[in-house]
Design a binder for this molecule. Sequence first.
Ligand SMILES: [Zn+2]
Length: 101
Amino acid sequence: MTYNDSKFGEVIESGKILLVKNVMSASVLDPRRRLDYWKEATGVSNPVCAHEICNRPATHGGIAVRAFSRDRQKLVYPACETCVRRTEMLYVSGPFVELND
Ligand SMILES: [Zn+2]
């Protein structure tokens, strides 16, 4: 890791698709640094947006939680500028990096 940040946890749900909702209030790091962390943690250097119907290059680290779940764990995923701001529920493909803030 280029920088260690205890706010980030495990890489989870590789190869899976989760129904999630973006968390807009999250403040930890800026979205580009979140994406940098996701790249380091997963080893994927050129991610595309993880929203299943979007293939634009990822420029941001989105933060989401699972929809219809009591699990409030925040998850970082690669997102384009548009999808990082979407307010509806999204199908997003993993891997995700856990974020604890
Ligand atoms: Zn997108």
